[in-house]
Design a protein around this ligand. Structure first.
Ligand code: FES
Length: 128
């Protein structure tokens, strides 16, 4: 069942975002905007041997979007690209202790950005 309020985990990610900021040597990037509210996320990935080595983000949005972006960067580090793409918005929401019903859409940003960044990276590699 969806929690009524932000969890302590979510508030911690919001107040102390992990891996916030641009990544100068990123191999893949994505910029996504949530059509529901206009909040946005820019995601950066460093990829080596078909694995996400590290991830960072810049989010302009609500506490839930910042927290799920922050949690996503921790979850992505060390994952294979296939595993990273398989993560769903529910996985990101769960990682911050769940989202109140009215905030469920906020985890879409992270899920969309991960798939877009990896998809673009694959396209670029295929074109070389
Ligand atoms: Fe827009 Fe949360 S209200 S992503």
């Amino acid at each position: 069942m969806a929690p009524e309020y932000y969890s302590a985990t979510l508030i911690d990610h919001f107040e102390h975002p992990r891996n916030a900021g641009a990544m100068e040597d990123a191999d893949a990037e994505a910029y996504v905007v949530n059509p529901v509210c206009g909040d946005s996320l820019r995601l950066f990935l460093k990829i080596e041997d078909d694995r996400v080595q590290r991830a960072s983000f810049l989010t302009s949005g609500c506490p839930a979007s910042i927290a799920t972006s922050s949690a996503a960067t921790e979850m992505l580090a060390g994952r294979s690209l296939e595993d990273a793409e398989a993560l769903t918005r529910d996985d990101y929401a769960e990682a911050v202790g769940g989202l109140p019903k009215s905030k469920v859409h906020c985890s879409v940003l992270a899920a969309s950005a991960v798939r877009q960044a990896i998809g673009e990276w694959r396209k670029q590699r295929a074109a070389v």
